[in-house]
Design a protein. Sequence first.
Length: 358
Amino acid sequence: MMSDDTAFADLLQTLYGGLTRSPPWEDFLRALAAITKTAFATLLIGRGSAGIDAHVTPGADPERTQEYQRISQADPFVGLPEGQVVSFRDFVHHVPARFRDWLDVARSSEILGVDLHRLPDIAVRLRLTRDEGQPQFGDAERELLERLIPHLRIALDLHARLTSTQAESQLFSSAMAGLAVATLILDREGRILRRNTLATYMLEEGSVIAEQHGKLEPRTGSSTATINRILSSPPPLGEEILFEIASAVGQPLHARARAIPSSAYGDGAWIALFIADPSRPAGPSEELLRERFHLTRAEAGLALHLAHGATLADAADALGIAYNTTRSHLRAIFAKTNTHRQVELITLLRSIGSESEI
């Protein structure tokens, strides 16, 4: 099985190297199944001890996988002691009839597993399955899984960050569409995990939305109730909910809510909110900025992207320049406009936009 450190290093290479592939995990699970001489290696990720948001079993019959998902609530091999390698025969004392029938059809006789908890409500389950006629799992397989556990924790955290970044990038790009949009990433309790520059400006201004104890807090009770409903029942993936955030004075903000893909579970990201204020001008023209502050064309272009809510990285991509170049431009803009933070700069630019429309 695992005879030396070189073989283990090769297994780790498939674990870490597969994180950027689509789909991830499959190379690692195939290698793990081969090394342990098992029929299948499976990774399940879900909310709660038995939930399934992601199910990866390379080489398995798709019908077998779908049938498991239908009867997964009857699986007694869940809720294992965190970080401990456990066998089905040692942990399970009663097998529900539905699950026993599935095991018989699948001809599965031996299962070895370990559960890892990444957040209070996220369970990651790794399972090794042997068919009838194969020997029971022994100390060698248990020791291998125990040796893998710290690496699995690291790989899961890395994967969560990668998928979260990818998901947010897709959401951000779909939301901009030429508008000045504030973007907030919330967890299921309404805590603000991330925000773009324009969202920071709106929160600090505090006239319609604010941040209280790390959570998003609209200034009107009706809007708070709407956002709470969205957090408790988000839209299906790929769809969105359109709503308004009421203002005590002036026009309401236009908002869209979209669910974060479940594979991006790493820090609890749950909902993306995109908020636009139709009463706010988009900002001054490039010509006005160059004339008033003696900005170069490149500096004025960057300033306009920031005024529309883009991050420095977004602006660098849009302008086709290096990120370090945008940082140099930003320092020059700060010096010429006598500002010191992006929020100050946006406030200034938007006030100039108001002047230009009078």
